[in-house]
Design a protein around this ligand. Sequence first.
Ligand code: UT7
Length: 353
Amino acid sequence: MTVSSAERSDRAAVLCGVGGVLPRRRVDNAELAARLDTDDAWIRTRTGIRSRHIAAPHEATSDLAVAAGGRALANSGMDRADAVVVATTTPDRTCPATAPLVAARLGLTGVAAFDVGAVCTGFVYALAAGAGLITSGVADRVLVIGADVYSRIVDPDDRQNAVVFGDGAGALVLRAGYADEPGALSAFDLGSDGAHEDMITVAAGGSRLPTDPSRTAHAERHFAMRGKEVFRHALTRMTESARTVLKRSGLTPDDVDRFVPHQANLRILRTVATDLGLPADRCARHVERAGNTGAASIPLALTDDHTHRSLRPGDRVLLTAFGGGLTWGSCLLTWPDLPPAAEPAHHEEESTP
Ligand code: UT7
């Protein structure tokens, strides 16, 4: 790991590459409606989601993370990083962490590599950790990945969650630079409230309730969410966190060119944007095509916005996330001038019914 001394005092983490990947298999609402007690109208009205991508049986979180990380490194024009941080709720295994394997498969054996668990806020936490490694001088280049395969923990017969969640991975590359450069991450807000830890859970499989095939109930092995309550908390926490990070930077919502919130539900995104006073067209809406991809949703939405030129160099970008824990967080940055990135989706599959 490189330790370098900054010549200036305003050393900052600067975004220099993006990338994302969605699994090949695209599942639209009609396919879900054919086997679950649901329909396209309910899913679209309540969530805004039209389709999501589901990993193949052989694909694990690390496979998607490697693909996204490789794309982000290629986009940055660098083939090295000093550290790899992976945000995930669906690690390949309980032990060890997924990040060392991802680093090794990207040819980065020997670098610092660790996972961050903050559920759907994971990517913003991982970004803060990556930025901290850079501003403290511990690393000069950090690969930050958000990757989740929710289809492994969501019960496919649970109509509430099966329609909402999808699989995917997204990544950003950070390099050491200065606070006045385009791409600089300028402020963070992070928070949690563990008193509500039971609102989003996978009950079994940890030290509290180890999985015992003969005694663990079906529901305890799967992802559970108290949707309505989570919805209400998401609105409050995301709006407050966004306001906090703006205030910390001496900015107002008017100064935000692009709002890229965690892609949980289009109704949440629209309401938070409205509460902040942001026009709807400034808000990313990748959720429509990918569902809620957990820790992957913000870097995937950024990659998609960059690919479709909804993000322009110099744009002031606000990221805000909310998830299990409960956890929440925001980050402000200016968009740098990046080369075009590959589309996260595999378009050749999209016309297949
Ligand atoms: O990523 C981390 C953060 N996550 C979030 O922020 C997600 C927050 N929550 C949500 O996005 C929403 O709560 C959901 C999309 C999960 C659910 O939407 P909702 O508008 O809150 O629905 P609800 O739970 O109030 O359910 C309304 C009705 C219920 O029927 P009854 O009791 O009124 O007869 C549900 O059983 O809709 C029913 N329902 C469905 N109907 C058709 C629930 N899921 C479905 C479904 N299709 N897939």
